[in-house]
Design a protein around this ligand. Structure first.
Ligand code: PMV
Length: 365
């Protein structure tokens, strides 16, 4: 038979939650215990690029992450591949003389090469960009006729936060009610142009991997924390409504207050877990990362500045890793914030603070 390879390349940015997802009600399908809201970043700074290829010569599915082969045996990859294959349709490339039918896809194997332009698994939601990009590129390759909302429910099964990276701008992950997860999908709230004054600064640290994976961390929190139920049932639903309103109205003071409080509560439920999880202050015992102490100083610095200005200039949020994400109300505030950061935490060989990534337009496609 004639040899051929068909390829698709896609690029997907990561996202940062401003109302956090923490806790699953179904671990296999990855169904959350609360809604969450995130902002999708500028792909120029933090994104995954994935190429997927299919050929009759491939005898198994294989994947390379940043040039190194990884196992696809895990349930999450298998779930994504299975769900996409189940929705594949006919593909025809007359020029190359390729014709793949819906049924052929069940027996054809794919090769996947994925690159992150930022530290993997350092709490910068690399899995979010990674699974979103994998699902999107496979869907294009296999000519899946479904919208990004439906694709988000597949990406969710790779990594919960990944479902929110299928859209730009501000995005809500609706937890849903159904047992099969069919209504647990991402919904775009406003596009990237809606609030383009915002500038996001991320203090990116070394490629150190986080100590407690979000999967085991969430499991421990749901099993042992008494605060998590209060958070999921009483606090987050109200915050989601207020946050949507603040985003619609470009109300930065409310946005900043909710973002900072929600980050702090996420870390509070982590600390309320047995054994406690210290994403924010457990970062100092290895060289070359921002220390926990520095992260707390960043919070102090922002709180003090916001207070002295009379109205918030910058919001902070921290995920499950040692990076500080700062969202400034505008370019001027971002410049002043960056000056402060560089003054207090200059990039040097002690901290290996690789760079401060500044979202040029902050929110893009
Ligand atoms: O999608 P996961 O399993 O990597 O979990 C992400 C959890 C947080 O980043 C801490 C919060 C969020 O909503 O992204």
């Amino acid at each position: 038979s004639k040899k051929w390879v068909l390829m698709v390349t896609a690029q997907t940015p990561t996202n940062i939650a401003v109302i956090k997802y923490w806790g699953k009600r179904d671990e296999n399908l990855i169904l959350a215990i609360n809604d969450s809201i995130s902002v999708t970043l500028d792909p120029a700074h933090l994104c995954t690029t994935t190429t997927v290829a299919v050929s009759p010569d491939f005898d198994q599915d294989r994947m390379w992450l940043n040039g190194k082969e990884i196992s696809l045996a895990g349930g999450r990859y298998q779930n994504c591949l299975r769900e996409i294959r189940a929705r594949a349709s006919d593909v025809e490339d007359e020029k190359k003389g390729i014709k793949i039918t819906k049924n052929d896809w069940q027996n054809l194997h794919v090769h996947v090469a994925s690159y992150n332009n930022f530290p993997t698994a350092a709490g910068l939601a690399s899995s979010a960009a990674g699974f979103a990009c994998l699902v999107f590129s496979l869907a294009k390759l296999m000519n899946v006729q479904e919208d990004n909302g439906r694709l988000s429910a597949i990406a969710r099964q790779g990594s919960g936060s990944a479902c929110r990276s299928l859209f730009g701008g501000f995005v809500k992950w609706v937890m849903g009610k159904e047992e099969d997860g069919s209504d647990s999908i991402a919904v775009p709230l406003v596009d990237e142009k809606h609030w383009d004054e915002l500038v996001i600064i991320i203090a990116v640290v070394s490629s150190r991997q986080k100590e407690t994976s979000s999967t085991s961390g969430m499991r421990d929190t749901v099993e042992t924390s008494s605060l998590i139920e209060h958070r999921a049932k009483e606090v987050v639903p109200k915050r989601i409504i207020k946050m949507e309103e603040a985003i619609q109205n470009r109300d930065f003071p409310t946005f900043a207050q909710l973002t900072c409080s929600d980050s702090n509560q996420f870390h509070a439920v982590c600390m309320d877990t047995t054994p406690p999880i210290f994403y924010m202050n457990d970062t100092s015992h290895r060289q070359k990362v921002l220390t926990g102490c520095q992260l707390f100083r960043i919070i102090g610095c922002v709180e003090k500045w916001n207070c002295s200005e009379g109205t918030p200039q910058v919001a902070y949020t921290f995920d499950a890793g040692p990076n500080a994400v700062l969202i400034s109300r505008n370019r001027k505030a971002a410049t002043l914030m960056l000056q402060r950061l560089l003054f207090h935490f200059p990039p040097n060989s002690d901290t290996d603070l690789n760079s401060y990534v500044i979202g040029d337009k902050s929110i893009l496609k």
